[in-house]
Design a protein around this ligand. Sequence first.
Ligand code: 5AD
Ligand code: SF4
Length: 443
Amino acid sequence: MQEPKTYFIRTYGCQMNELDTEIMAGQLQKRGLSPAADEESADLLIFNTCSIRDLAERKVMGKLGQLGRAHKRHALIGVTGCMAMAKKDSLFRKFPHLDFVLGTNNITDLGVVLDEALYTQKQVFKTDDRFEENLDYLVAVRDHKLKASVSIIRGCDKFCTYCVVPYTRGQEVSRPPESVVEECKKLVDAGYKEITLLGQNVNSYGKDRPEWNCLFHDLLAQLDRIPGMCRIRFMTSHPIDITIELMQAIRDLPSLCEFVHFPIQAGSSRILKKMHRIYTKEQYLEKVALLRQIVPNVSLGTDIIVGFPTETEAEFQETYDVLKEIRYSVAFLFAYSPRKGTPAMRWNDDIPEEVKQERLQRLMALQEEIGNEERQQMLGQTVEVLVERFNRDGKNLKGRTRCWKKVIFEGDESMVGTLQMVTVHSYSHQTLVGSIKKLALID
Ligand code: 5AD
Ligand code: SF4
C-alpha cells in the first residue's frame, strides 16, 4: 500500500468530534496529504463517528458495509471517534476492509497508526481508556475564519445511566490553562471573533487538577482579559456544576455570551433519579431562578430525552410543563435509545416507539410555539450581531446574536467579521430579520 496523497474525513455527531476532525486534518496536512474533493477520490478515508444514539451508529455501519461491497478500493479506511471506542477491534470482524480503528483518546497517534497500517498491511487499532494531555491543538485546520472551537476538558465523570460518553471518552481530563490561553490568544490574533470552549462538561474544568487553582470561572476570567477577545461561548454544562461564580462571570465578563446550555433531560424527579442526573426538578428550577436573577437577560438551552424506561404519561407531562415554564430559546429533543454498556441497557426499553415519537412531536410543537412567541417579543429590539457571511439568498448578511439567535439583514461584504447593532423588524421561520441600527462597534 502506498502513502496516501489525499484524505477525506466524514464527521458525525457533536462539536467535539468536529474539532477532533480539524486536529486530525491538521496532522494529515503536516504529513503532506491534501484534502480530497469527495469520499470517492480520497486515498485515505476516515469516519469520525458518534455513538450517542442508535441512529448515529446505524448510519456509519451502513456506510462501512456499503464501502466493503464497492468495487473501488480506497488506499486506507479508518474509524475514529466514539464508535471506535464502543466497538474497538470487533469492527474488523464485521468490516474486513477496514484498515484502522483509532480511539478518542489517541488522536495524537494518528500518524503512528497510519504508518503501522501502511507498512505492516495489517489491521491496526489503538483505543486507550484514558486521555493523556499530549495533543498538538495548534495544528488544527479550521474552515471557519471567525468562529473556532477550543477544547478545555475531555471525558465525563457523571455517568448518567443512559449515556455512553463516560465509556467512549473516558474520565475527565482538563487541559492546562496556559495551553488554552495560548491557543485563544493565537486565534484572536488571527482574527477569530467567537470562541466556543468545548467539553462534555465544561463546568467541571480544573476539578481534576486542584493544584492548578483554576476552575472554570477562573479560566473564563483569564480568557476574557485577552486583548481583542470578542465573544466566548461554552458547551456543554451539567446543571449540578453551574456555580454562582459562573453565573457572576456571565454577568460580569464582557466577552462571555449570555447563553447557557442547561440540559434538564427530564421533568420528573423520579426519572431524573433513574437517569442519575443527581438533581431533582425542584433543585434544577431553583438554579434556573438564581441564574435568571443574577443574569436577567440570559437565554437558556436544553437537551431532553423522552421515553426513558418506565416514563409514564404523567411523568412526560412534567417534562412538558417544565419546557413550558422555563421557556428555553433552544431545545434539542431526543427519543431514548438504549446504548450498549450503559446501566440503562439493563432495563427494559418499555416505551413503544410510537409513544416516544408522539411525545417528541408534542414537545416539538410546544417548543415551536415558544420560539415564535419569543421572536414576536423581539420585534423592535436592537441586538448585537456578529456578522458571519452572506446568507444563502446572496442579498442579506447573516450572523448570530449573543444569545445565539440567527439574524439576517441587508449590508455589504465589508461588514463580515464585524459586530453590528441590528433592529429586528420581522422573522421568517426561526430567523430574525432586521436592519442596521448604527455603524460597526469593532473591526
Ligand atoms: N438516548 C437518547 N438521547 C440520548 N442522549 C444521550 N444519550 C442518549 C440516549 N441513550 C442525549 C442527551 C444528551 C445529548 C447529547 O444526547 O440529551 O444531553
Ligand atoms: Fe453523558 Fe451525562 Fe456525561 Fe452529559 S453529563 S456526557 S449526558 S454522562
